[in-house]
Design a protein around this ligand. Structure first.
Ligand SMILES: [Zn+2]
Length: 86
């Protein structure tokens, strides 16, 4: 597992969602902390990426790559994610 910042999400989110979200304002559903997606803590594994809140360590976003080529995108800690560049 590798520990990264939220900018590590840029490439994969652009592939999956078609836009850049690293400078997007976000609000953690767990603790209410506000910031930019690029400032979150990202854990990278062979299976994918998990973004966690710097304030409470709650899971904000997951992007898991399955062996069959599908990707599973979830936002358990975010209600919205503004995208730039669509
Ligand atoms: Zn939080």
């Amino acid at each position: 597992m590798t520990l990264l910042d939220g900018n590590a999400l840029a490439g994969r989110l652009a592939e999956v969602l078609g836009g850049d979200a690293t400078d997007s304002p976000i609000r953690c559903r767990h603790c209410g902390e506000v910031g930019e997606l690029g400032r979150v803590v990202v854990f990278a594994t062979a299976m994918g990426l998990v973004a966690r809140c710097r304030g409470c360590d709650g899971v904000l976003l997951t992007l898991i790559d399955a062996d069959d080529g599908r990707s599973w995108f979830g936002m358990p800690g975010l209600s919205t994610l503004p995208l730039r560049g669509r």
